[in-house]
Design a protein around this ligand. Sequence first.
Ligand code: NIG
Ligand code: FE
Length: 390
Amino acid sequence: MSSIAFTNIETLVTNDSHIGDGVLGVLHGATLVVEDGVIAQIAQQIPSGVDSEIDCSGKTLLPGFVDSHSHLIFAGDRAHEFSARSQGEKYSAGGITSTVAATRAASDAALSQNAQRLLDEALASGTTTIEIKSGYGLTERDELRSIEIAKRFTDETTLLAAHVIPLEFKDDPDAYVALIIDSIIPASSAKWIDVFCDQGAFSPEQSEAILRAGIAHGMLPRIHANQLSAGKGVELAVALGASSADHLSKSTHSDIELLASSNTVATLLPGAEFSTHLESNLGRKFLDAGARVAIASDCNPGSSYTTSIPFCIASAVSLLGFTVEEAVLAATLGGAQALRREDIGQLTIGKRADLVLLDAPSYIHLAYRPGVNLIHSTYKSGRAVTSWQK
Ligand code: NIG
Ligand code: FE
């Protein structure tokens, strides 16, 4: 058995309001002991007999960030599209097809190397768990290889073959829906099934058929809803018991109420709001209605090309009306709930020791010092890691 003690922690965020102050369950001056990768003890004294000690004076220890929404299997970038938006162009789902062409042309090795590069960035920003979607292949071969590549990096893989209608099916979209249902889903080993239910993507009827086929195949549902226009995506998510409905920028009052009365997590994506100028500031409304809320990166080359959850936390505070505490909770415990994971998201006895150590005396600095890298080190199952591994 190996043990490590994190001692003299200036600010310890446990995310358990029963053991510390406020919603984040904050303790000052505590010691956290990890044994065999799991949190074994939280105390005010330094226990004897531990194998190693890490002095956390002046630093903040918090749960590793849980990024419950990313699209990391792709090739190329769309910097020109971002630049055009800064000159007034609107974001639309249409840009996705240029990434589809680049992704289809890329080798498995190139896609894997690109994902590794982005995951190393994410790790250096404090992310310890990540969900990864397919969705830039849009053929049976390319969707299935995207999932196989994603599985090298995470257990939280999501089939998003229903991202947009590929160009070769533009005159017969239902034939693509049939291909997803009859061929891609049955051959896929992804854990989750997702659909982009929105203007320019999939209709509520097509979305329901795809999600139900995924569920019948043993996958768990989640959805992209109300990103570009209000629609029926939230109703569908709640009716199917989806773990999460994501984006939600154009949600109606009744969508917000419906999510608040359900077990479906509202996952908000401040990086996409930042980079597509959607001018949505509904975040506060989900919180006030009592919905369970997560924030995630949505990292992808079109609408949100960031791997940084600290950036998303700062953006949630400045763009979406979150308090710093709500944003930190949403990026840790909220993400774990959106993935239905009980082993992560809190620093309490028995949870996995996935930790971020900040070179800052308080978690508030995550938003107070935007754009500054405050991450001292990131631990997965109690081990300091500098390159992403599953
Ligand atoms: O989640 N909404 C759909 N898909 C991505 C954007 C994809 C892209 O623009 O490449 C998203 O924002
Ligand atoms: Fe997305």
